[in-house]
Design a protein around this ligand. Structure first.
Ligand SMILES: [Zn+2]
Length: 224
């Protein structure tokens, strides 16, 4: 509603835009943000894209860690480094079923809370780092360490849903249990390719049979 939207801070509006609502039920969207970020081509950012990314990273760090810092937004080179770290972790996880990042100094908090998720099977306990990065003297990696810690807390839940498209090698979150491809586009390209290949295979075997003088199966059957 327009009335509630007026009450949202600029930071909350950014979070709303990228689907980061409150509560753990939205953690799919959050994992999705990291996957999309890992797939982004940062060499083609417009100034507007860069500004959006800076706002998003700041807002995510604020939401995940409630850190009320007024420091500078991440620079383009910090964003590039963050992307490389995210990308490497996701690919390592897919390739070797394991990934590490660190070391980082974090403060941990465990919370028992009511589950807003429809699927009751999920744990109602969340463990998440709540910052503490300031003490490490790694200010240049502040956003990077925070977002990486946040992503790891999401991977704890969504790591198994992470897949790589066999057609275009993009990494994606598997929405349906047996979805093999990243998109309908890749799925239909692969489908058409398989279909053509099997048609070629069939006509080839027909030619071979003709050359060998073998009778088609149907005729053989009517004789018998
Ligand atoms: Zn694909």
């Amino acid at each position: 509603m327009a009335q509630t939207k007026e009450k949202l801070s600029p930071r909350e509006l950014v979070l709303e835009r990228i689907g980061f609502g409150g509560g753990d039920a939205f953690s799919w969207n959050k994992m999705q943000w990291y996957v999309a970020f890992a797939n982004r081509d940062l060499t083609r950012l417009t100034p507007g894209d860069l500004l959006n990314l800076q706002e998003e990273i700041r807002a995510i760090a604020w939401q995940a860690f409630r850190s009320n810092r007024t420091n500078e937004p991440p620079t383009l080179s910090q964003i590039v480094q963050l992307k490389e770290a995210v990308h490497r972790v996701l690919y390592d996880l897919l390739r070797t079923t394991e990934a590490t990042y660190g070391p980082v100094a974090v403060t941990l908090r465990v919370t028992n809370w009511e589950d807003f998720d429809d699927e009751g099977k999920w744990s109602t306990t969340t463990v998440r780092p709540i910052g503490g990065f300031e003490v490490t003297g790694r200010e240049s990696k502040l956003y990077q360490d925070e977002l990486m810690a946040h992503m790891f807390s999401l991977l704890w839940r969504w790591g198994l849903w992470l897949k790589q498209c066999p057609k275009c090698w993009t990494i994606f979150l598997q929405f349906r249990r047996h979805a093999k491809y990243c998109s309908r586009k890749c799925q239909s390209i692969a489908f058409m390719r398989n279909k053509r290949a099997s048609e070629r295979g069939e006509s080839k075997s027909l030619q071979i049979r003709k050359k060998a003088g073998a009778k088609p199966k149907l005729k053989e059957k009517s004789h018998g």
